[in-house]
Design a protein. Sequence first.
Length: 369
Amino acid sequence: MAPQRYAAAPLTAKLMTRAASGLMAAALAVLTAPAHAGADPIVAERGATVLPGSGHSWGFAALAQDGRQLLLSRRENGLTVWDAARREVLADIPGTEGANAAVAVPDADRLYVAAMDGSVIVIRASDRQVLKRVPVDSGNLNNALFDPASGQVLLTSGRRGAVSRVYRLDPACDCVRASLDLPAAKLDAPTLLAPGLMAVPMRDEGRIAVIDLRRMALRHVWEPPQCPRPSALAADPAGKRLFVACRGAAPRVLSLDADTGALLASAAAGRDINALAYDGRRGWLLAPSGADARLSIYDASRLDALRRLASVGTRPWAHNMAYDATRGIAYLPSMDDTEVYPADGSEASRYFSAGSFTVTALRLREPQP
């Protein structure tokens, strides 16, 4: 009996080895198989560029030079001018520490930087020389926007107690000419609704203010439905629409009538959206969620509808975006981070990693006829 038992052992081991090898091969085949055969129907090209710098947070990105350059406001790391075609740094401008948002005014040969100390940093664009810092606000400045119709730059204050302020800066003198107080604790990034007309979200109040920029007067205050915390805007001037990202327990994106604020369409959205962009040629609305690490794309070609078309993987914390609609390229800055949770259950601490600032570039496919 013993010889028979020992003779069977090698055969059993051999069969088990073959079975294990087959299972391993099958598992590897599943892991390496593509989720779907064929080319990505939405994204034509992806790229990611890592920039050096300390482990601090960052502000907004903005296009300059007709989309050939990207202005990256990196707070303690200052303002970085990035070559969009070569995907490399052109300059880290000294003396711009605290940069939170930037805007280019080509006819004035100026870059204006909204800074965390409440000043505006004035830069001569042609040689990237800092000319001066203009004190504007006692707290931080959150955003900057150029209105070609009036030739003025609009600046918004950061989080306040109960009253926030919009400033109008004149490039002719690099000085503030007018301001407007709004009953809001937090103003998020504004957008041009029409020439000389700006919309700005009042996040905590659940409202959107529409401002006449020539008169620096409040024209409308809208409180859209399904939108407890409006946090980002994009305009469709041709279709007379205003798109709104709404934070909350059930986040959504809305399409509003730009004349009346009436709701035209609504769709579910990702969490904590901080930027929107509308591509009129494609009829697409882009909405990045850094919390979900996804860029949602909506078909907004119909005036009365919003349909989620795709969800593109990005990176955690890719919550701000600059979009070049001419070339169909979305630029999404982000950084690696670690969250630490205290034992007492208090608010988590976040640490961003030095040398991890990354610009993700997504070139979208041309629209199909």
